[in-house]
Ligand binder design. Sequence first.
Ligand SMILES: C[S@@+](CC[C@H](N)C(=O)[O-])C[C@H]1O[C@@H](n2cnc3c(N)ncnc32)[C@H](O)[C@@H]1O
Length: 325
Amino acid sequence: MNKYELLHHDCTKWMESRAENSIHAIVTDPPFGLIEYTGKHLEKMRVGRGGVWRLPPVLDGCERKPLPRFTVLSEAELTNIRDFFEVWGKLALRILVPGAHLFIASNPPLTPFLSIGLISAGFERRGEIIRLIRTLRGGDRPKLAEHEYQDISVIPRSCYEPWGLFRKPISEKRVSQNLKRWKTGGLRRTPDSKPFPDVLKSEFPLKEEVNIAPHPSLKPQRFLRQIVWTSLPLSEGIVLDPFMGSGSTIAAAEALGYKSIGIEIDNEFYKMAKTAVPRLMKIRAEWESFETANNKHKLPSLHQATNLIPKKTRKNRKKGRNSSS
Ligand SMILES: C[S@@+](CC[C@H](N)C(=O)[O-])C[C@H]1O[C@@H](n2cnc3c(N)ncnc32)[C@H](O)[C@@H]1O
């Protein structure tokens, strides 16, 4: 029996009608520039005419995927991002249980606008997960003067993707009480019981994943399974991805045995998710964080991880170590 539900919907409408306090985590990769996934720009991307989608040149005989260019956004569009995430954040807060976490993909120049919107909505900002990934963003020489200014790049070459980490404030006095009442408030430790780190090594999705789900913003299973893993501290409750694209978050949740709901507004991407989720969830993905990268001891795959720590040991772990709210 599947533990997931996929919906073809506008997430804002769906969130308005969802019961309050009924979701335990949100893990999502939104259209953070807001305009790149609108009909007009998607149409341009699909016919290869650009718009906000930069069409990188063919390099070394390899055709690169289109990338959205966020540096072209105007001041008004940036203010719009902040306003959108304030409204969206209020909808999210209503349906999340107290202490639930929101993991939200972003982009270095846009993070402040998205964060201010979410904080104004009422979220606590708890930090940021850094996904170490070298993309094609940034590092370009000045446009139309590439030869004159050969030794200059306009912005740095991007080597990371920030994922904002937010929490709906807890309703109880202590995290332990919140965990008891709502099953939320903290983060699940790694399979070998280390604190979840805020830097994760990553890579582009495997070729196999891209073949299954050719979405322009596909995220790799290995990375997503780590984020989804930690999002439910007691592995109980429902994970929501309101901007699911090809359903990669939902596949990660299903692979871990978590309940999840994915929402997608675009019919082509929704159909892609329906076929991709059952296949993506079968991809093998090993745990690999920045902290464990140099360890000789290799952690087991996430398929086996649930059984790694005996339940009793987890429950009996000494209280009071590194306690915080
Ligand atoms: C950045 S992509 C997510 C891709 C996803 N990470 C993956 O691996 O496939 C954002 C998705 O949100 C969808 N979207 C945009 N606005 C939406 C809305 N209001 N409700 C639901 N989905 C929406 C877009 O069509 C797009 O597929």
